[in-house]
Design a protein around this ligand. Structure first.
Ligand code: AMP
Ligand code: ZN
Length: 115
């Protein structure tokens, strides 16, 4: 845990947030500035700053986050239509919160490449 990390505070319940999914390794909640009808952030319970800061120690955790996103997409009924998962990394990647998170966006059509 990192004391000043916003998402660690959400994990600990110090900042109120409604989890749309949670398990032993991760929690998921709606993005405060949603970019799609469903926009959920899937984050590990442990503090990992970014994909760039991840190592082999996080190998299983990274897979777990993606599988959790897929499960949330099924639960929300848009898995078959499709969805977008995004991990922004560091400055050029547009990362603003340095606690690893997978964006899960669904409920509309997305274009590629993103801007
Ligand atoms: P990124 O830019 O990839 O680091 O994504 C960070 C995301 O966190 C942005 O989409 C923000 O809208 C979102 N965000 C920031 N603060 C909160 C919060 N308190 N609750 C939910 N989402 C948040
Ligand atoms: Zn954190």
């Amino acid at each position: 845990m990192s004391q000043d990390c916003l998402f660690c505070k959400i994990v600990k319940g110090e900042i109120p947030s409604e989890f749309v999914y949670q398990d032993e390794h991760c929690v998921a909640f709606t993005d405060i500035n949603p970019q799609a009808p469903t926009h959920v952030l899937v984050i590990p319970r442990t503090h990992v700053a970014s994909l760039d800061e991840s190592s082999n120690n996080e190998k299983a955790l990274l897979g777990h986050l993606l599988l959790a996103a897929a499960e949330i997409a099924r639960q929300n009924g848009f898995a078959k239509n499709g969805y977008r998962t995004v991990i922004n990394t560091n400055d050029d990647g547009g990362q603003t919160v340095f606690h690893l998170h997978v964006h899960l966006l669904g409920g509309r059509k997305f274009i590629f490449p993103p801007g």
